[in-house]
Design a protein around this ligand. Structure first.
Ligand code: ADP
Ligand code: MG
Length: 760
């Protein structure tokens, strides 16, 4: 654009990026900033939490002291009184929902200052009142509430009438700004917008096909509806949009990767894989064979495999992964196995070496004729060991390189990286996978394994760029695990619990005792709801939502590793039994030693945090005692109990909990005790818990961008959006023709990237 003077004039700024300070003035903008709202876009995407029906009053009996609330109620009376004792005046009003009442109290220097309130708060009028619920002499009250009387606090009568008959949007608000100020601000920003100001990320053709309104239409629908049908129609479209934007990005990633060239790694007859299969002490399950064939065929293609392997706990994913790695080694390439914790990385290295036997001893006396090496790289390794392993990886002597995030570091190089296996993906983000994949000269094949089965909608949401394989059966001959809920306050049961531990130890077996915390007096791990990119990752997943006790009341302190270990050492019934500890904050050598002592039976009782949740494999372990079991998610508990009963002896899982039977927490534990199917539990878990918790902290970047979509409930929306997104990406793999969609992807997934950056 050029002005009369011939100089270049900037195109009108994108209306939605305008700062709220400019649009609403600094005062309102500062208050909105406290809710994280800075631009027009932020504000328009701050959707109402619910709608108050005009004429339906809020049930005042449900108010909880200390909560910030917005209620619709009818004024019953309002009286101004002078306060002789304190000087000044006080207005007391009572509002009601017809059955219960709530007091409103205002103080002022003199009665005059309260007259305007008194004038507005006339008996019979209905208003919205907002504030923090307090209690005074047994009555619920709001002190100096903000309020708005329906039909009074608006300019003309028409508007007043209209307002009185419309659903009233109730926004997530805070003390800094009440819901209706947000509503007014939204209208100030929204009303002048034209369709041209609000580019629609959903292409018109798809939108019409799905019978959805435009973006501007939807924003108007949700922020200024005339009736319920209207906001529902708006929400429907916004929900679809969320799913669609996410699925478009996943489809684009999938297309991008598929377009890359990979080195084909076909199987080699008479190679390491054949040797390995011949040495296997067991026969593969049908599932392992089928998935193995699928993977084997994909590795033989010159396009990168992108596969998610999910499986029942104990279904033998490791062997499937190892066989894939061997095929790649046979074809002259290397495989990297990325594990979430040092404990797991070390164990994987040990397991792989044990499974491979002489095949992993290339270059050593007694090694097989053809063989390879398994190198281990962790962050805290001694320099000499690290140097040797780095050289083995870079020189290609190590066909298999196992490690933690340390593998992502720039100093780690491969001669020819052909396959990346990410174990227990819950702790890794997409960007981390990509970092590791960038270490191949051509794009390596990718196999991602989840720790526990995940519901289909979660797989589509979080791993939507991957194809999925599932292992549903566990190898035959497992004795399985019996699970019991032990009431924490029952002394006899508790005694019996430790007796059982002793009996198992006497029979030469081992017991895990899992606690939610490391030390007394500290917050439970994981209250941040986000895993860190370090070895403590495994300690950090707890259900944040359950932190408040039932009814929000105080709870007894959580059990902590250090205290429990001391307690057990002092128990007469366990006299002479070695009790070890393991948690993410211990130095790596200590962790290694604790695991080794436990595995060998020297210290047969191990008290730990959920570090052992994922993948730890000690066949002699038969008892799993989980303290404060109600603090953990269902899938997590299922994973935990999967640590026992892996050998020929049956496993026993004791869930110690103070949760009473019949409460939601108690019911959850009972469900776990009665169900052994991890896929079924995952579905229940998803319904019961917040999605971020189920999806796992690190991978929830994509999920945390979802405001309206509920992975548990909106399966159909997700399916539709996915089909549409894939269709669009098939036509235009880069999505360059759809700038509004590209911008929406950037915005919606910005959090995921930030989270990643914070963690590295
Ligand atoms: P997960 O799928 O939970 O990661 P693992 O890979 O750790 O399970 O396997 C659990 C145990 O089962 C390991 O000790 C492994 O060696 C063993 N295993 C794997 N496949 C079979 C099989 N087909 N038959 C018997 N045992 C098996
Ligand atoms: Mg495993």
């Amino acid at each position: 654009m050029t002005s009369e003077l011939g100089e270049v004039v900037a195109a009108p700024a994108d209306r939605l990026s305008e700062p709220l300070t400019r649009l609403l003035g600094p005062r309102t903008a500062t208050a909105l900033a406290k809710l994280g709202l800075h631009t027009a876009h932020d504000l328009l995407r701050h959707y109402p939490r619910r709608y108050s029906e005009p004429g339906t009053l809020t049930d005042l009996s449900s108010l909880v002291v200390g909560e910030h609330v917005t209620v619709m109620a009818e004024v019953r009376q309002a009286t101004v009184r002078s306060m002789r004792s304190r000087g000044g005046a006080m207005l007391q009003a009572v509002v009601t929902d017809g059955r219960h009442s709530l007091h409103l109290t205002f103080f002022a220097k003199g009665a005059g200052a309260l007259r305007s309130h008194e004038h507005k708060l006339r008996a019979g009028r209905v208003g919205l009142f907002t504030g923090v619920v307090g209690e005074y002499r047994g009555d619920r009250q709001l002190t100096h509430p903000d309020y708005r009387i329906i039909g009074v606090d608006v300019e003309d009568e028409d508007e007043a009438l209209a307002e009185a008959s419309r659903p009233i949007p109730i926004y997530p608000a805070g003390a800094a700004i009440p819901s209706w100020r947000i509503a007014t601000s939204v209208r100030t920003v929204l009303d002048p917008l034209t369709p041209a100001d609000v580019p629609d990320p959903v292409p018109d053709e798809l939108r019409t096909r799905r019978g959805l309104v435009t973006l501007l239409g939807a924003l108007t629908d949700v922020h200024a509806p005339h009736d319920d049908a209207q906001w529902r129609q708006g929400l429907k479209r916004l929900k679809y949009e969320e799913a669609f934007v996410l699925q478009a990005e996943l489809a684009r990633r999938r297309a991008r990767a598929a377009a890359q060239h990979a080195t084909a790694r076909p199987p080699r007859a008479g190679g390491l894989l054949d040797d390995f299969d011949a040495r296997l002490p067991f026969t593969l399950t049908a599932g392992q064979r089928a998935v193995g064939a699928e993977i084997g065929a994909e590795l033989a293609q010159p396009r990168p495999m992108q596969r998610l392997l999910q499986g029942e706990v104990g279904s033998g994913k490791t062997v499937v992964a190892l066989r894939a790695m061997l095929q790649v080694v046979d074809a002259g390439g290397q495989a990297a196995l990325l594990a979430p914790t040092e404990v797991l990385a070390a164990q994987h290295a040990r397991t792989l070496r044990a499974l491979l036997g002489p095949l992993a001893e290339a270059g050593f006396l007694g090694g097989a004729d053809q063989g390879t090496r398994v190198a281990l790289l962790t962050g805290s390794q001694a320099t000499a060991a690290r140097r040797e392993n780095l050289a083995d990886a870079a020189g290609g002597r190590a066909g298999i390189v196992v490690g933690t995030h340390a593998l992502l570091s720039e100093t780690v190089q491969f001669a020819d990286l052909g396959l990346v296996v990410v174990d227990e993906q819950h702790r890794f983000g997409v960007e981390q996978r990509d970092l590791l994949r960038a270490k191949g000269s051509t794009t390596p094949h990718l196999l991602v394994m989840t720790a526990t089965p995940i519901p289909r909608t979660v797989a589509m949401t979080v791993f939507g760029d991957l194809e999925t394989s599932s292992l549903t059966e566990v190898p035959a001959g497992r004795s399985g695990v019996t699970t019991h809920v032990v009431p924490a306050d029952n002394a006899a049961w508790t005694r019996r619990t430790w007796q059982r531990v002793k009996e198992e130890v006497d029979a030469g077996r081992r017991a895990y005792v899992v606690c939610p915390r490391i030390e007394a007096g500290e917050a439970p791990d994981g209250t941040t709801g986000r895993a860190r990119a370090d070895d403590d990752g495994a300690d950090l997943v707890l259900d944040v939502e359950q932190d408040a006790g039932p009814g929000g009341g105080p709870q007894p302190p959580l059990r902590a590793v250090v205290e429990v270990a001391d307690m057990l050492r002092g128990l007469p019934v366990l006299a002479g039994v070695g009790v070890g500890v393991l948690h993410g904050r211990m130095p790596p050598e200590d962790k290694e030693r604790a695991m080794a002592d436990f595995a060998s039976g020297r210290v047969p009782v191990l008290v730990s945090t959920t570090v052992i949740e994922v993948g730890v494999d000690v066949p002699e372990a038969t008892v799993m005692v989980v303290l404060d079991a109600d603090r953990f998610g269902l899938s997590q508990l299922h994973q935990l109990r999967g640590r026992v009963g892996r050998g020929t002896e049956p496993g026993l899982c004791l869930l110690v909990s103070g949760a009473s039977p019949g409460t939601p927490a108690g019911t959850r534990l009972q469900t776990l005790a009665e169900t052994t199917d991890g896929f079924a539990l995952a579905a229940v878990d998803l319904e019961l818990r917040r999605e971020g918790d189920v999806l796992g902290a690190a991978q929830s970047g994509a999920a945390s961008s979802l405001r309206l979509l509920r992975v548990a409930r909106d399966a159909d929306v997700i399916e539709r959006a996915r089909a549409d997104a894939r269709e669009l990406v098939d036509q235009d793999p880069t999505l360059d023709a759809w700038p509004a969609l590209g911008a929406a992807i950037d915005r919606q997934l910005a959090g995921e990237r930030e989270e990643f950056l914070e963690r590295t």
